[in-house]
Design a binder for this molecule. Structure first.
Ligand code: ATP
Length: 370
C-alpha cells in the first residue's frame, strides 16, 4: 500500500516557519501535484517526505509505516530532482543501478532492473554513455530511470521538467502521465507550471505561505476555487477582479453592485466565519475567457493586443468600470478570445459579459458565491 499520510507537519528554519502544520492524505496510486508561489514551501514539503528535511513537529506515514525519522533510503520513496543530480563519472547504466548496488542487490538483478527501466523510458541506446554525452531530456530520463529501478512505493518529483525546452517539456509531460498509468505508483510532483498541474494531477494541492489553501481535482479547483488566492493562482491570464458592494445577502444568494455594471446575483456556495451583511465590500471575479459574448456588453479601449495564433489576449480599459486585480494593469482588464481576433491597440471594442460567469468573494476569501 503506497498511501502517504501527513499530519500536523511543521518545519522551521530559524524563526521562519516554512510549513505551518500541514495535513494531507494521498491515496494509493494517486498523482498529486503541489503548486504555489515561489517560497510557499512546496519543495520543503517534498523534501520532508523524502527525508531530506527533518520536521520540527508532525508525522509522515508511507503505507502503514511511520517514516518521520527514517533515513531517506529506508522510506520506500525515490526523488527526481530538477537538476537531474546524476553521478557524472558513472555511465547511464551505473547511475540507474546505483541505488540497487548500494542496497546489495545481485548484479544480474540490477542489470534486469536497468534494462526494464530503460525500455520504459526508451534510453536503451545510451546505457554505456556518461551523463555529459546526453541531452537535457535524456539526462532527465536517466534520473527518472534511477528512481524506477528502485521500485519505490512513492515517486517524488521536484520540478523535473523545468530545465527542458517547451517542446520537450510537453513530450515528457505526456510520458510521465503514461509512466504513472503503467507503474500505477503514487506520485507527488512539485511544479511552477500550471499546464503540468492541470493535465497531470488527479488532485492539485495549492500552497501559500507554508499552508494549504485548497486541495481538489484540477477542474474543481479551476471551477470552484475556495478563495480568491486559488482563483487568481490557477488560470492564465489571471482572473479579473473588481471591487463591489453587497446590496443583498440571503441564505441562498448574494447580490453585488459595482459602479458601471448591472447588479450581479450569484448563488451562495460557502460561508465560513463571519456572515456577510448588506453594505460589505466584496470582490467580483471574472475569468478572461468568460468575456467576449454575454448578457451585456461594454466598450473596451484596447491597449495591448496579443495574437497568439489559437487565441487572442486583449488588455484594455473598460469604459464604465475599473478592476482592482488581475494580469492587466491600472484598473484594466484582460479578455481572452479562443480564436484569432482582428483588433489593434487604440481601437475601442464591444465586449460581451455573461453575468452568471462572475464569482463573488468576501475580502478575506472565506465566503464565496458562484
Ligand atoms: P520555489 O517555487 O521558489 O522553489 P518553494 O515553494 O519550493 O519555492 P521552499 O524551497 O520550500 O519554497 O522554501 C520555503 C521557504 O523556506 C522559503 O522562504 C525559503 O527561503 C525557506 N527555506 C527553504 N530552505 C531553507 C533553508 N535550508 N534555510 C533557511 N530557509 C529555507
Amino acid at each position: 500500500m503506497s498511501t502517504v499520510e501527513i499530519s500536523g507537519l511543521v518545519k522551521n528554519f530559524g524563526a521562519f516557519q516554512a510549513l505551518k502544520s500541514i495535513d494531507l492524505s494521498i491515496g494509493d496510486g494517486e498523482f498529486v501535484v503541489m503548486v504555489g508561489p515561489s517560497g510557499c514551501g512546496k519543495s520543503t514539503l517534498l523534501r520532508a517526505i523524502a527525508g531530506l528535511e527533518m520536521p520540527d513537529d508532525g508525522m509522515i506515514m508511507v503505507g502503514d509505516r511511520d517514516v518521520t525519522f527514517e533515513e531517506p533510503a529506508d522510506r520506500g520513496v525515490a526523488m527526481v530532482f530538477q537538476n537531474y543530480a546524476l553521478y557524472p563519472h558513472m555511465t547511464v547504466a551505473g547511475n540507474m543501478g546505483f541505488g540497487l548496488k548500494m542496497a546489495g542487490i545481485a548484479k544480474d538483478a540490477i542489470a534486469d532492473a536497468v534494462q526494464r527501466a530503460s525500455d520504459i523510458l526508451s534510453i536503451g541506446d545510451h546505457l554505456h554513455k556518461q551523463p555529459k554525452a546526453l541531452s537535457g531530456g535524456q539526462k532527465q530520463r536517466v534520473a527518472i530511470g534511477r528512481a524506477i529501478t528502485r521500485q519505490p512505493k512513492v515517486f517524488l518529483f521536484d520540478e523535473p521538467l523545468s530545465n527542458l525546452d517547451a517542446a520537450l517539456r510537453t513530450r515528457m509531460r505526456v510520458e510521465l502521465g503514461r509512466l504513472h498509468n503503467e507503474l500505477n505508483a503514487t506520485m507527488i510532483y512539485v511544479t511552477h507550471d500550471q499546464t503540468e498541474a492541470m493535465t497531470m494531477a488527479d488532485r492539485i494541492v495549492v500552497l501559500s505561505s507554508g499552508a494549504i489553501e485548497q486541495v481538489g481535482s484540477p477542474r474543481d479547483l479551476y471551477n470552484r476555487p475556495g478563495n480568491l488566492f486559488v482563483a487568481g493562482f490557477l488560470g492564465s491570464p489571471k482572473m479579473n477582479v473588481l471591487q463591489a458592494t453587497l446590496v443583498s445577502a440571503t441564505d441562498g444568494e448574494l447580490t453585488a453592485s459595482v459602479a458601471g455594471l448591472p447588479d450581479i446575483t450569484r448563488p451562495l456556495d460557502v460561508t465560513e466565519g463571519r456572515e456577510l451583511a448588506v453594505g460589505d465590500k466584496v470582490l467580483l471575479g471574472i475569468r478572461p475567457e468568460a468575456l467576449g459574448e454575454g448578457d451585456i456588453s461594454f466598450n473596451l479601449k484596447a491597449r495591448v493586443v496579443e495574437n497568439l495564433g489559437r487565441e487572442t489576449l486583449i488588455y484594455g480599459t473598460p469604459e464604465n468600470f475599473r478592476s482592482c486585480d488581475g494580469d492587466a494593469e491600472d484598473g484594466d482588464i484582460v479578455v481572452q478570445y479562443p480564436r484569432q481576433y482582428d483588433a489593434a491597440a487604440g481601437q475601442t471594442l464591444t465586449v460581451g459579459m455573461p453575468l452568471d460567469a462572475f464569482y463573488i468573494f468576501d475580502s478575506d476569501g472565506r465566503t464565496r458565491s458562484f
